[in-house]
Design a binder for this molecule. Structure first.
Ligand SMILES: Nc1nc2c(ncn2[C@@H]2O[C@H](COP(=O)(O)OP(=O)(O)OP(=O)(O)O)[C@@H](O)[C@H]2O)c(=O)[nH]1
Ligand SMILES: [Mg+2]
Length: 330
C-alpha cells in the first residue's frame, strides 16, 4: 500500500538539571557554591529532503525524541545542550498538530524546515542562587520539560502528470501501458480506490511521474463517489491528463462527460482548474473509422490526443507530448 499519511509522537529534549555543589580546594575551607547550569534540551524539526518520496519510515516508528540536556556539574560546568532532532520527510509533506487539528506547515520544497517542539531550558545551578544573605544555597533548579506533540503528516504525491476522468475511462489501463505500475483494472467503476504512481520512461533516460487516481463523477465535490478527496494528490502536478472514454458503457456523451469533470475540478480549486490540460480520447480501437473522435473534436473545439490504452495505439506519441510539456513547464 502506498502510505501517504502518518501520525507520530514527537518530544523535544528536557533541560538538564542545575547542580548543587560547593568548591572544595586546599586552603579554601569554605568555598562558595559552584554548581553549574543544566544544558538546554534539543528541539524537534521536520525538514524536506531529496530522495524520499513516501512516509514509509513512519509506519514502523511512532516515537521520536530529541536529546536531553546534560545536568550541570561542579566547578561551574554548564551541562551540554541536547542535540536537535531533525526528522526527514519527503518534499510535499504537510505537518499538522493532530490534537488541535491545526495546520502547521507545508514543506513543499527541499531544505524547508520547521520547528515543532522546543527543548526545555536547563535548570540553574546553585551558584545562580547565591545572594549576600544566603551565600551557600543548597538548592538548584530542575530542567524544564521539553515540549511534546502528536503530529500528523500528510504527503501530497508529487507527480508531473495526473490522470483524471470518469470511472472506467481507462486511466489505470493507460498507466499500466506506459509505466511499470500495475493497478487493478476492471470493467466496473471505482476499481481504483487509492492513488497509484508510475514512472514513464522514454528513450535517453527521459522520464516523468504519472499519477492515477480514482474516477470522478458528477457531484464529487459534494462527496459523491471516491475521487474527490484524492484530487489533492494531483493539485501539484504540472499537467493534468483528462481521459475520456469515447464509448462509455452507460451510453453517456463523451463531450458532456468532459464538461462534468471540468466542472468538478473547478469546484475543487481554481488553481487545479487552471492547470494545463491534455485531453485524451481513449478506446479508439472501438472507433475504427475515427468518427467519434472527429465529432468530439468538433464539439469541444480543443486539441485531442486519440489513444487505445488496450492496443497501445497512440500511447507512445502521447507520452512524448507529455514529456515535452513537463519539460517546458520547468
Ligand atoms: N476497448 C478498450 N477498452 C479499454 C481501453 N482502455 C481501458 N479499457 C477497458 O475499460 C475498463 C476500465 O478500465 P480501467 O483502466 O480500470 O478504468 P479506470 O479509468 O482506471 O476506472 P476506475 O479506476 O474505476 O476509475 C476495463 O475493462 C478496460 O479493459 C481501450 O483502450 N479500449
Ligand atoms: Mg482505475
Amino acid at each position: 500500500m502506498f502510505i501517504d499519511e502518518a501520525q507520530i509522537w514527537v518530544k523535544a529534549g528536557d533541560g538538564g538539571n542545575g547542580c548543587v555543589s560547593f568548591r572544595r580546594e586546599k586552603y579554601v575551607p569554605k568555598g562558595g557554591p559552584d554548581g553549574g547550569d543544566g544544558g538546554r534540551g534539543g528541539d524537534v524539526y521536520f525538514q524536506a529532503v531529496e530522495n524520499l518520496d513516501t512516509l514509509m519510515d513512519f509506519a514502523g516508528k511512532h516515537h521520536w525524541q530529541a536529546q536531553k540536556g546534560r545536568p550541570g556539574s561542579s566547578n561551574n560546568k554548564h551541562g551540554a545542550n541536547g542535540q536537535d532532532l531533525i526528522i526527514n520527510v519527503p518534499p510535499g509533506t504537510l505537518i499538522y498538530d493532530a490534537d488541535l487539528s491545526l495546520f502547521l506547515k507545508d514543506l513543499n520544497e527541499v531544505t524547508m524546515k520547521v520547528r515543532v517542539c522546543r527543548g526545555g531550558r536547563g535548570g540553574k545551578g546553585n551558584k545562580a542562587f547565591a545572594t549576600p544573605t544566603n551565600q551557600s544555597p543548597r538548592h538548584a533548579e530542575p530542567g524544564k520539560k521539553g515540549q511534546e506533540r502528536n503530529i500528523k503528516l500528510e504527503l501530497k504525491l508529487i507527480a508531473d502528470v495526473g490522470l483524471v476522468g470518469m470511472p472506467n475511462a481507462g486511466k489505470s489501463t493507460l498507466i499500466s501501458r506506459c509505466s511499470a505500475a500495475r493497478p487493478k483494472i476492471a470493467a466496473y467503476p471505482f476499481t481504483t480506490t487509492e492513488p497509484v504512481l508510475g514512472i514513464v520512461e522514454l528513450s535517453d533516460f527521459r522520464r516523468f511521474v504519472m499519477a492515477d487516481i480514482p474516477g470522478l463523477i458528477e457531484g464529487a465535490h459534494n462527496g459523491a463517489g471516491l475521487g474527490f478527496e484524492f484530487l489533492r494528490h494531483i493539485e501539484r502536478t504540472r499537467i493534468i491528463v483528462h481521459i475520456l472514454d469515447i464509448m462509455p458503457t452507460i451510453g453517456s456523451d463523451p463531450a458532456a462527460n468532459y464538461k462534468t469533470i471540468r466542472n468538478e475540478l473547478k469546484q475543487y480549486s481554481k488553481a487545479l482548474a487552471k492547470k494545463q490540460e491534455v485531453i485524451v480520447a481513449n478506446k479508439i480501437d472501438l472507433d475504427p473509422d475515427g468518427k467519434i473522435v472527429k465529432e468530439l473534436r468538433k464539439k469541444l473545439k480543443k486539441r485531442i490526443y486519440p489513444v487505445s490504452a488496450v492496443t497501445g495505439q497512440g500511447v507512445k506519441e502521447l507520452s512524448e507530448v507529455l514529456w515535452q510539456k513537463v519539460r517546458q513547464s520547468d
